[in-house]
Design a protein around this ligand. Sequence first.
Ligand SMILES: CC(C)[C@H](C(=O)O)[C@@H](O)C(=O)O
Ligand code: SF4
Length: 417
Amino acid sequence: MGKTIAEKIISEHARKDVNPGDIVVAEVDIAMVQDGTGPLTVDEYYTMGFDALKVTNSILFIDHASPSPRKELSNAHRKLRDFSKKAGAFLSDIGEGVSHQILVEKYVKPGDLVVGADSHTCTSGALGAFATGMGSTDVALAFGLGKVWLKVPASLKFVLNGKIPDGVFSKDIILHIIGLIGADGANYKVMEFEGEVIEQMSQEERFTITNMAIEAGAKSGIITPDDKTREFLKSHGRESDYKEIKPDPDAVYEKIYKMDISNLEPVVALPHTVDNTKSIKDVEGTKIDQVFIGTCTNGRLEDLRIAASILKSKEKHPDVRLIVIPASKDIYLKAMDEGLIKIFVESGATVLAPGCGPCVGVHQGVLGDGERVLSTQNRNFKGRMGNPKAEIFLASPATAAASAITGKITDPRKFLT
Ligand SMILES: CC(C)[C@H](C(=O)O)[C@@H](O)C(=O)O
Ligand code: SF4
Protein backbone atom coordinates (compact mmCIF):
# COMPACT_ATOMS: atom_id res chain seq x y z
CA MET A 1 0.00 0.00 0.00
CA GLY A 2 1.36 3.41 -0.96
CA LYS A 3 2.31 6.14 1.50
CA THR A 4 1.38 9.79 1.88
CA ILE A 5 4.17 12.34 2.26
CA ALA A 6 3.79 12.39 6.05
CA GLU A 7 3.89 8.58 6.24
CA LYS A 8 7.05 8.57 4.11
CA ILE A 9 8.82 11.15 6.28
CA ILE A 10 7.82 9.54 9.59
CA SER A 11 8.77 6.05 8.29
CA GLU A 12 12.22 7.31 7.36
CA HIS A 13 12.71 8.97 10.76
CA ALA A 14 11.33 5.99 12.68
CA ARG A 15 13.47 3.65 10.56
CA LYS A 16 10.47 1.41 9.87
CA ASP A 17 7.30 1.36 7.81
CA VAL A 18 4.57 3.23 9.67
CA ASN A 19 0.83 3.46 9.25
CA PRO A 20 -1.76 5.90 10.63
CA GLY A 21 -2.48 5.12 14.28
CA ASP A 22 0.96 3.64 15.00
CA ILE A 23 2.79 5.04 18.02
CA VAL A 24 6.43 5.46 17.00
CA VAL A 25 9.68 7.05 18.13
CA ALA A 26 11.09 9.24 15.38
CA GLU A 27 14.37 11.11 14.96
CA VAL A 28 14.13 14.88 14.81
CA ASP A 29 15.98 17.11 12.32
CA ILE A 30 14.96 20.48 13.79
CA ALA A 31 13.63 21.35 17.24
CA MET A 32 12.58 24.89 18.13
CA VAL A 33 11.12 26.91 20.96
CA GLN A 34 10.04 30.52 21.17
CA ASP A 35 10.23 32.96 24.06
CA GLY A 36 6.79 32.00 25.38
CA THR A 37 7.42 28.27 25.54
CA GLY A 38 11.21 28.17 25.76
CA PRO A 39 11.75 28.87 29.47
CA LEU A 40 9.69 25.81 30.47
CA THR A 41 11.54 23.74 27.87
CA VAL A 42 14.87 24.76 29.40
CA ASP A 43 13.67 23.88 32.91
CA GLU A 44 12.39 20.48 31.74
CA TYR A 45 15.63 19.81 29.84
CA TYR A 46 17.67 20.17 33.01
CA THR A 47 15.07 18.41 35.21
CA MET A 48 15.36 15.37 32.92
CA GLY A 49 19.13 15.45 33.44
CA PHE A 50 20.20 16.23 29.89
CA ASP A 51 23.55 17.86 29.35
CA ALA A 52 24.12 17.75 25.60
CA LEU A 53 21.88 18.68 22.68
CA LYS A 54 21.14 15.77 20.35
CA VAL A 55 19.40 17.76 17.60
CA THR A 56 21.96 19.64 15.49
CA ASN A 57 19.39 22.31 14.67
CA SER A 58 18.12 23.15 18.17
CA ILE A 59 16.91 26.72 17.93
CA LEU A 60 15.53 29.26 20.39
CA PHE A 61 13.58 32.20 18.98
CA ILE A 62 12.87 35.47 20.76
CA ASP A 63 9.96 36.78 18.66
CA HIS A 64 6.74 36.89 20.71
CA ALA A 65 7.87 39.73 22.98
CA SER A 66 10.51 41.32 20.81
CA PRO A 67 11.96 43.54 22.21
CA SER A 68 10.86 42.73 25.74
CA PRO A 69 8.15 45.05 27.09
CA ARG A 70 8.60 44.18 30.79
CA LYS A 71 11.14 42.76 33.22
CA GLU A 72 9.50 39.35 33.68
CA LEU A 73 9.81 38.69 29.97
CA SER A 74 13.34 40.14 29.95
CA ASN A 75 14.31 37.55 32.54
CA ALA A 76 12.69 34.82 30.42
CA HIS A 77 14.77 36.03 27.50
CA ARG A 78 17.89 35.93 29.67
CA LYS A 79 17.19 32.27 30.43
CA LEU A 80 17.05 31.49 26.71
CA ARG A 81 20.21 33.47 25.94
CA ASP A 82 22.09 31.74 28.78
CA PHE A 83 20.90 28.30 27.67
CA SER A 84 21.87 28.86 24.06
CA LYS A 85 25.40 29.85 25.13
CA LYS A 86 25.73 26.99 27.64
CA ALA A 87 24.19 24.23 25.53
CA GLY A 88 25.32 25.46 22.11
CA ALA A 89 21.81 25.95 20.70
CA PHE A 90 21.17 28.50 17.95
CA LEU A 91 19.61 31.74 19.21
CA SER A 92 17.46 34.01 17.05
CA ASP A 93 17.28 37.20 19.10
CA ILE A 94 15.07 40.32 18.94
CA GLY A 95 14.76 41.92 15.53
CA GLU A 96 15.48 38.75 13.54
CA GLY A 97 11.80 38.00 13.04
CA VAL A 98 9.13 35.38 13.56
CA SER A 99 10.37 31.84 14.21
CA HIS A 100 8.36 30.13 11.46
CA GLN A 101 9.57 32.54 8.79
CA ILE A 102 13.21 32.17 9.82
CA LEU A 103 12.85 28.38 9.95
CA VAL A 104 11.83 28.27 6.27
CA GLU A 105 14.44 30.85 5.25
CA LYS A 106 17.39 29.23 7.00
CA TYR A 107 16.77 25.71 8.26
CA VAL A 108 13.93 23.50 7.01
CA LYS A 109 14.31 21.32 3.91
CA PRO A 110 12.01 18.88 2.12
CA GLY A 111 11.77 15.55 3.95
CA ASP A 112 12.65 17.00 7.37
CA LEU A 113 10.90 16.09 10.60
CA VAL A 114 10.45 19.33 12.55
CA VAL A 115 9.04 19.77 16.05
CA GLY A 116 8.40 23.12 17.68
CA ALA A 117 6.94 24.39 20.91
CA ASP A 118 4.58 26.59 18.93
CA SER A 119 1.35 25.54 17.24
CA HIS A 120 2.22 27.23 13.94
CA THR A 121 5.28 25.03 13.41
CA CYS A 122 3.16 23.44 10.67
CA THR A 123 4.11 26.42 8.44
CA SER A 124 7.25 24.57 7.30
CA GLY A 125 5.11 21.83 5.72
CA ALA A 126 4.88 23.97 2.60
CA LEU A 127 8.49 22.94 1.91
CA GLY A 128 7.52 19.24 1.99
CA ALA A 129 8.52 18.66 5.62
CA PHE A 130 6.54 16.99 8.40
CA ALA A 131 6.43 19.90 10.85
CA THR A 132 4.28 19.89 13.94
CA GLY A 133 3.72 21.80 17.16
CA MET A 134 4.39 20.03 20.45
CA GLY A 135 4.52 20.90 24.16
CA SER A 136 7.60 22.29 25.87
CA THR A 137 8.38 18.96 27.55
CA ASP A 138 8.26 17.06 24.25
CA VAL A 139 10.66 19.56 22.73
CA ALA A 140 12.95 19.30 25.77
CA LEU A 141 13.05 15.55 25.05
CA ALA A 142 13.87 16.27 21.43
CA PHE A 143 16.70 18.59 22.51
CA GLY A 144 18.09 15.93 24.84
CA LEU A 145 17.36 12.64 23.04
CA GLY A 146 17.19 13.79 19.43
CA LYS A 147 13.85 12.06 19.00
CA VAL A 148 10.18 12.25 19.96
CA TRP A 149 7.30 9.82 20.26
CA LEU A 150 4.25 10.51 18.16
CA LYS A 151 1.11 8.87 16.90
CA VAL A 152 1.15 8.69 13.10
CA PRO A 153 -1.70 10.89 11.84
CA ALA A 154 -3.99 9.91 8.98
CA SER A 155 -3.92 12.24 5.99
CA LEU A 156 -6.69 14.27 4.38
CA LYS A 157 -6.17 15.44 0.80
CA PHE A 158 -7.39 18.81 -0.46
CA VAL A 159 -7.38 19.04 -4.26
CA LEU A 160 -7.77 22.72 -5.14
CA ASN A 161 -8.60 23.40 -8.77
CA GLY A 162 -9.66 26.30 -10.93
CA LYS A 163 -8.06 29.72 -11.44
CA ILE A 164 -7.38 32.03 -8.50
CA PRO A 165 -9.60 35.09 -9.13
CA ASP A 166 -8.14 38.61 -9.01
CA GLY A 167 -8.24 40.03 -5.49
CA VAL A 168 -8.29 36.55 -3.94
CA PHE A 169 -5.19 35.18 -2.24
CA SER A 170 -4.03 32.07 -0.40
CA LYS A 171 -5.33 33.55 2.88
CA ASP A 172 -8.85 33.72 1.43
CA ILE A 173 -8.52 30.12 0.24
CA ILE A 174 -7.39 28.68 3.59
CA LEU A 175 -10.01 30.70 5.48
CA HIS A 176 -12.63 29.30 3.07
CA ILE A 177 -11.44 25.73 3.72
CA ILE A 178 -11.43 26.20 7.50
CA GLY A 179 -14.90 27.72 7.31
CA LEU A 180 -16.00 24.67 5.30
CA ILE A 181 -14.60 21.87 7.49
CA GLY A 182 -14.65 23.70 10.84
CA ALA A 183 -11.98 24.47 13.43
CA ASP A 184 -12.00 20.77 14.34
CA GLY A 185 -12.41 19.45 10.80
CA ALA A 186 -8.86 18.10 10.60
CA ASN A 187 -8.24 17.20 14.24
CA TYR A 188 -5.00 15.24 14.51
CA LYS A 189 -4.83 14.76 10.77
CA VAL A 190 -2.34 15.83 8.12
CA MET A 191 -3.81 18.25 5.57
CA GLU A 192 -2.09 17.54 2.26
CA PHE A 193 -2.77 20.21 -0.36
CA GLU A 194 -2.41 19.78 -4.13
CA GLY A 195 -4.02 20.76 -7.44
CA GLU A 196 -3.63 23.46 -10.06
CA VAL A 197 -4.35 26.21 -7.53
CA ILE A 198 -1.42 25.10 -5.35
CA GLU A 199 0.74 24.91 -8.50
CA GLN A 200 -0.31 28.49 -9.39
CA MET A 201 0.65 29.73 -5.93
CA SER A 202 4.09 31.10 -5.18
CA GLN A 203 6.07 29.34 -2.46
CA GLU A 204 5.35 32.27 -0.18
CA GLU A 205 1.60 31.97 -0.68
CA ARG A 206 1.82 28.27 0.15
CA PHE A 207 3.28 29.05 3.60
CA THR A 208 0.03 30.86 4.44
CA ILE A 209 -1.90 27.69 3.61
CA THR A 210 0.14 25.32 5.79
CA ASN A 211 0.56 27.93 8.56
CA MET A 212 -3.20 27.78 9.18
CA ALA A 213 -3.60 23.98 9.03
CA ILE A 214 -3.57 24.03 12.84
CA GLU A 215 -6.62 26.31 12.76
CA ALA A 216 -8.58 23.30 11.50
CA GLY A 217 -6.99 21.16 14.22
CA ALA A 218 -4.41 19.55 11.92
CA LYS A 219 -1.20 17.93 13.17
CA SER A 220 0.52 19.30 10.08
CA GLY A 221 -0.07 20.78 6.65
CA ILE A 222 2.04 19.50 3.74
CA ILE A 223 2.61 20.46 0.12
CA THR A 224 4.73 18.47 -2.36
CA PRO A 225 7.92 20.42 -3.11
CA ASP A 226 8.40 21.50 -6.74
CA ASP A 227 10.46 23.94 -8.83
CA LYS A 228 9.02 26.90 -6.88
CA THR A 229 10.30 25.28 -3.70
CA ARG A 230 13.69 24.78 -5.28
CA GLU A 231 13.74 28.45 -6.36
CA PHE A 232 12.76 29.57 -2.85
CA LEU A 233 15.59 27.52 -1.30
CA LYS A 234 18.00 28.78 -3.98
CA SER A 235 17.05 32.40 -3.21
CA HIS A 236 18.11 31.69 0.37
CA GLY A 237 21.37 30.01 -0.65
CA ARG A 238 20.04 26.53 0.05
CA GLU A 239 19.37 24.95 -3.36
CA SER A 240 21.35 21.87 -2.32
CA ASP A 241 18.73 21.28 0.40
CA TYR A 242 16.09 20.61 -2.23
CA LYS A 243 14.85 17.08 -2.77
CA GLU A 244 11.89 15.44 -4.38
CA ILE A 245 9.32 13.90 -2.07
CA LYS A 246 5.74 13.16 -3.08
CA PRO A 247 2.89 10.84 -2.13
CA ASP A 248 2.66 7.44 -3.79
CA PRO A 249 -0.04 7.16 -6.47
CA ASP A 250 -1.76 4.53 -4.32
CA ALA A 251 -1.38 6.42 -1.03
CA VAL A 252 -4.44 6.14 1.19
CA TYR A 253 -6.29 9.22 2.46
CA GLU A 254 -8.94 9.21 5.13
CA LYS A 255 -10.91 11.72 3.03
CA ILE A 256 -10.35 13.62 -0.22
CA TYR A 257 -11.84 17.09 -0.65
CA LYS A 258 -12.07 18.46 -4.19
CA MET A 259 -12.96 22.08 -4.72
CA ASP A 260 -12.94 24.62 -7.53
CA ILE A 261 -12.08 28.07 -6.22
CA SER A 262 -12.55 29.97 -9.50
CA ASN A 263 -15.57 31.83 -8.11
CA LEU A 264 -14.25 32.41 -4.62
CA GLU A 265 -14.57 35.95 -3.29
CA PRO A 266 -12.36 37.51 -0.61
CA VAL A 267 -13.08 35.90 2.77
CA VAL A 268 -13.12 37.37 6.30
CA ALA A 269 -13.13 35.45 9.60
CA LEU A 270 -15.34 37.18 12.16
CA PRO A 271 -14.97 37.18 15.94
CA HIS A 272 -14.32 35.00 17.84
CA THR A 273 -13.37 31.84 15.88
CA VAL A 274 -11.34 31.24 12.75
CA ASP A 275 -14.08 29.09 11.17
CA ASN A 276 -16.63 31.91 11.52
CA THR A 277 -15.99 32.93 7.93
CA LYS A 278 -18.05 35.07 5.58
CA SER A 279 -17.65 36.40 2.08
CA ILE A 280 -16.45 39.99 2.14
CA LYS A 281 -19.76 41.24 0.78
CA ASP A 282 -21.48 40.10 3.99
CA VAL A 283 -19.23 42.17 6.27
CA GLU A 284 -18.27 45.07 4.02
CA GLY A 285 -18.71 48.47 5.69
CA THR A 286 -17.94 47.25 9.23
CA LYS A 287 -16.08 50.10 10.94
CA ILE A 288 -12.60 49.25 12.21
CA ASP A 289 -10.15 51.01 14.52
CA GLN A 290 -6.89 49.24 13.71
CA VAL A 291 -5.33 47.25 10.86
CA PHE A 292 -2.35 44.95 11.40
CA ILE A 293 -0.35 43.57 8.48
CA GLY A 294 2.30 41.02 9.46
CA THR A 295 2.93 37.68 11.26
CA CYS A 296 4.02 34.20 10.22
CA THR A 297 0.77 33.98 8.30
CA ASN A 298 1.02 37.06 6.05
CA GLY A 299 4.11 39.13 6.82
CA ARG A 300 6.18 38.06 3.82
CA LEU A 301 7.57 40.17 0.97
CA GLU A 302 4.73 39.30 -1.41
CA ASP A 303 2.21 40.23 1.28
CA LEU A 304 3.90 43.59 1.77
CA ARG A 305 4.04 44.15 -2.01
CA ILE A 306 0.30 43.54 -2.34
CA ALA A 307 -0.49 45.87 0.59
CA ALA A 308 1.88 48.56 -0.70
CA SER A 309 0.40 48.40 -4.21
CA ILE A 310 -2.98 49.33 -2.70
CA LEU A 311 -1.65 51.91 -0.23
CA LYS A 312 0.75 53.59 -2.70
CA SER A 313 0.12 57.38 -2.82
CA LYS A 314 -2.91 56.97 -0.53
CA GLU A 315 -3.32 57.84 3.12
CA LYS A 316 -4.80 55.51 5.69
CA HIS A 317 -8.11 56.66 7.18
CA PRO A 318 -7.48 59.22 9.98
CA ASP A 319 -9.50 57.14 12.47
CA VAL A 320 -7.54 53.94 11.79
CA ARG A 321 -4.21 52.89 13.25
CA LEU A 322 -2.20 50.93 10.65
CA ILE A 323 0.62 48.70 11.94
CA VAL A 324 2.95 46.93 9.51
CA ILE A 325 5.56 44.40 10.70
CA PRO A 326 7.76 42.43 8.25
CA ALA A 327 8.04 38.77 9.30
CA SER A 328 11.86 38.72 9.15
CA LYS A 329 14.92 40.93 8.86
CA ASP A 330 15.54 39.59 5.34
CA ILE A 331 12.01 40.64 4.30
CA TYR A 332 12.42 44.03 6.04
CA LEU A 333 15.63 44.78 4.14
CA LYS A 334 14.13 43.71 0.80
CA ALA A 335 10.99 45.76 1.50
CA MET A 336 13.21 48.76 2.19
CA ASP A 337 15.14 48.20 -1.05
CA GLU A 338 11.85 48.04 -2.98
CA GLY A 339 10.54 51.27 -1.42
CA LEU A 340 7.67 49.43 0.31
CA ILE A 341 8.54 50.73 3.78
CA LYS A 342 8.47 54.31 2.43
CA ILE A 343 5.01 53.69 0.97
CA PHE A 344 3.76 52.38 4.31
CA VAL A 345 5.22 55.28 6.31
CA GLU A 346 3.89 57.85 3.83
CA SER A 347 0.44 56.24 4.07
CA GLY A 348 0.53 56.85 7.82
CA ALA A 349 1.46 53.34 8.91
CA THR A 350 3.53 52.53 11.99
CA VAL A 351 6.25 50.16 10.76
CA LEU A 352 7.87 48.05 13.49
CA ALA A 353 10.86 45.73 13.65
CA PRO A 354 10.37 42.07 12.64
CA GLY A 355 8.59 39.93 15.24
CA CYS A 356 5.11 38.75 16.25
CA GLY A 357 4.04 42.28 17.19
CA PRO A 358 0.45 42.57 18.53
CA CYS A 359 -0.58 39.12 17.21
CA VAL A 360 -0.67 37.43 20.59
CA GLY A 361 -1.55 40.45 22.73
CA VAL A 362 1.82 41.09 24.37
CA HIS A 363 2.52 44.60 23.06
CA GLN A 364 2.80 46.84 19.98
CA GLY A 365 -0.89 47.49 19.40
CA VAL A 366 -3.11 46.13 22.20
CA LEU A 367 -6.72 47.15 21.52
CA GLY A 368 -9.07 49.27 23.60
CA ASP A 369 -12.51 48.18 24.91
CA GLY A 370 -15.03 47.85 22.08
CA GLU A 371 -12.41 48.33 19.37
CA ARG A 372 -12.18 46.26 16.19
CA VAL A 373 -9.02 45.24 14.39
CA LEU A 374 -8.66 43.69 10.94
CA SER A 375 -5.51 41.57 11.01
CA THR A 376 -3.60 39.35 8.57
CA GLN A 377 -2.76 36.94 11.44
CA ASN A 378 -4.24 33.47 11.93
CA ARG A 379 -6.26 33.66 15.16
CA ASN A 380 -9.15 35.82 16.38
CA PHE A 381 -10.08 34.20 19.68
CA LYS A 382 -11.65 36.42 22.36
CA GLY A 383 -8.80 38.22 24.16
CA ARG A 384 -6.19 37.00 21.68
CA MET A 385 -4.72 40.45 21.14
CA GLY A 386 -4.74 41.45 24.80
CA ASN A 387 -8.31 42.66 25.37
CA PRO A 388 -11.37 40.34 25.63
CA LYS A 389 -13.55 43.41 24.98
CA ALA A 390 -12.08 43.90 21.51
CA GLU A 391 -13.02 42.15 18.26
CA ILE A 392 -10.60 40.61 15.74
CA PHE A 393 -11.37 40.06 12.06
CA LEU A 394 -8.97 38.00 9.91
CA ALA A 395 -8.30 38.69 6.23
CA SER A 396 -5.68 38.90 3.49
CA PRO A 397 -3.12 41.70 3.24
CA ALA A 398 -5.07 43.10 0.29
CA THR A 399 -8.29 43.34 2.30
CA ALA A 400 -6.30 44.79 5.21
CA ALA A 401 -4.73 47.52 3.08
CA ALA A 402 -8.04 48.44 1.41
CA SER A 403 -9.76 48.59 4.81
CA ALA A 404 -7.02 50.80 6.27
CA ILE A 405 -7.79 53.39 3.58
CA THR A 406 -11.56 53.47 4.05
CA GLY A 407 -11.71 52.81 7.81
CA LYS A 408 -14.19 49.99 7.12
CA ILE A 409 -13.87 46.37 6.02
CA THR A 410 -13.48 46.83 2.27
CA ASP A 411 -13.35 44.56 -0.78
CA PRO A 412 -9.78 44.90 -2.11
CA ARG A 413 -11.02 44.45 -5.67
CA LYS A 414 -12.18 48.05 -5.50
CA PHE A 415 -8.52 49.07 -5.38
CA LEU A 416 -7.12 46.67 -7.94
CA THR A 417 -5.31 48.53 -10.67
C1 LIG B 1 2.32 31.62 22.50
C2 LIG B 1 2.33 30.31 21.71
C3 LIG B 1 2.14 29.18 22.69
C4 LIG B 1 1.22 30.34 20.70
C5 LIG B 1 1.21 29.11 19.80
O1 LIG B 1 1.83 28.10 20.12
O2 LIG B 1 0.54 29.15 18.77
C6 LIG B 1 1.36 31.56 19.81
O3 LIG B 1 2.48 31.53 18.96
C7 LIG B 1 0.12 31.72 19.00
O4 LIG B 1 0.22 32.06 17.83
O5 LIG B 1 -0.96 31.52 19.58
S1 SF4 C 1 3.18 35.72 14.52
FE1 SF4 C 1 1.40 35.21 15.78
S2 SF4 C 1 0.78 33.20 15.09
FE2 SF4 C 1 2.86 33.51 14.34
S3 SF4 C 1 4.15 32.61 15.93
FE3 SF4 C 1 3.93 34.79 16.42
S4 SF4 C 1 2.21 34.86 17.83
FE4 SF4 C 1 2.11 32.85 16.85
